[in-house]
Design a protein around this ligand. Structure first.
Ligand code: C5P
Length: 409
């Protein structure tokens, strides 16, 4: 009997879900599940253990999801790294049915097929739906392995009792669609606390041209902005990164490349409509050449060069004055070499920000170019949070933890 027809919950729509199928008779039931999820607007990619393909053909899953099911460690289509590609891509993993064998391999950290390799490479929540014969289900070894998985944060959907393929009656039937969806939603809610939010992040040091081949810029690497964008995307937000730096973009992050402060402001004006949060991590230049030479300035033609610079208007301050963007919560970043708190508070007020992260650039172990950062997060209401030294990614998550409760609903 196929899975009961249950509507797909809204929380699962639009997610990238990896469905990992192992070799039990219940594999035929998850074909319906893959179909329902796909029709509801989720992106479903399937990977199967070799044994699973004895129960259901990979072509069946390809038919219902529109994407080839991966069946081996070396059959990942055009991916150079099929053993990690799917785990990297997924925002949620459902292992269904999970055999005693796969549960045991997960507990033991094995990765000798595409399903277990994907699980080890994954960074997203994992839901496991065991299905097996009742004697296998009741074995202490299986229960111990499941307890290990639960302790590590995996959501286990208990099988149901009833008629089993072996002819017995007992516990071991794959949970129904409602139980699977509930567990998936629970796992998603716990991890994706920014689902439904639009977040815009800026990164890198802006570049102001002197002539067609030269520019003025600063030492900002863009790493903090990229870490913020990655963290927000991993927590379910729709993220646009307006960047003057070039790094490989994280899954789910849309990058708009800009060079100058003026381009950044124009891009932000269009991106921020309907956004919830602006994280202004870019090091925007303070001065730019008052005139840009149309042709390359030649050394032969000028013994010395005087550049006349003009100041660059403050981007966040001008966004703060834009009524159409009043609903956007604005967080600025300030690189300071002393008096973090007082300078931070002064900038927060002057720039019309809701919060500011002040970080200490006098320390050589953090900040510009480094993978680490530290500082203090100050809110407009006067509250203050120390941000201990951490990787930029860890600090990004900490900032989001503190900002999220303050976002308007
Ligand atoms: O004044 P300072 O450059 O230290 O301020 C840093 C903060 O202000 C950052 O969030 C930066 O992105 C923003 N900023 C801006 N426009 C500028 C200069 C800085 O939005 N022209």
């Amino acid at each position: 009997m196929p899975l009961d027809p249950t509507p797909v919950p809204d929380e699962l729509r639009g997610l990238r879900i990896a469905l990992l199928v192992s070799g039990g008779i219940a594999a035929y039931k998850v074909v319906d599940l893959a179909s329902a999820l796909t029709q509801a607007g989720t992106e479903v990619r399937v990977a199967m253990t070799p044994t699973a393909t004895r129960f259901v053909g990979a072509a069946t899953f390809e038919g219902v999801t529109g994407h080839p099911a991966v069946t081996g460690l070396f059959s990942g289509g055009d991916s150079p790294e099929p053993h990690v590609a799917l785990g990297d891509w997924a925002q949620l993993i459902l292992v269904a049915p999970a055999t005693a064998n796969v549960v045991g391999k997960m507990a033991g950290g094995r990765s000798d097929d595409i399903v277990t390799a994907t699980l080890l490479a994954a960074r997203c929540p994992v839901v496991v739906a065991p299905a097996m014969n009742d004697a296998m289900w009741s074995k202490q070894a299986v229960q111990d392995n499941l307890a290990t998985l639960r302790r590590r944060g995996v959501t286990v959907v208990e099988p149901e009792s009833g008629h089993l393929a072996s002819g017995h009656s007992g516990a071991g039937r794959l949970a129904g669609a409602q139980g699977l969806f509930n567990a998936m939603v629970h796992a998603v809610r716990a991890r994706y606390d920014l689902a439904g939010r639009r977040v815009v992040v800026t990164a890198g040091g802006t570049r102001e041209p002197i002539d067609p081949v030269r520019f003025i810029s600063n030492y900002s690497s863009g790493k903090m902005g990229f870490a913020l964008a990655a963290a927000a995307a991993d927590r379910g937000a729709r993220v646009t990164l307006v960047s003057a730096a070039s790094h490989p973009a994280h899954h789910g992050v849309e990058v708009q490349h800009v060079d100058t402060a003026e381009e950044m402001l124009a891009e932000l004006r269009s991106q921020l409509r309907g956004a919830d949060l602006l994280l202004m991590a870019a090091a925007v230049g303070d001065f730019r050449p008052a005139r840009i030479a149309r042709h390359k300035i030649r050394r032969e033609e000028t013994a010395s060069l005087n550049l006349q610079l003009e100041s660059i208007p403050d981007i966040v301050a001008s966004l703060a004055g834009d009524e159409a963007l009043a609903g956007v919560f604005r967080v600025g970043f300030a690189a300071e070499d002393s008096d973090l708190d007082s300078k931070g508070v002064e900038k927060l007020k002057r720039k019309g920000l809701h919060a500011i992260v002040a970080n200490d650039i006098s320390r050589r172990d953090i900040g510009f170019g480094s993978d680490y950062n530290a500082g203090v997060l100050l809110f407009a209401d006067g509250s203050r949070h120390e941000l201990e030294k951490a990787t930029k990614r860890e600090m990004a998550d900490r900032i989001l933890d503190l900002v999220l409760p303050r976002l308007p609903h």
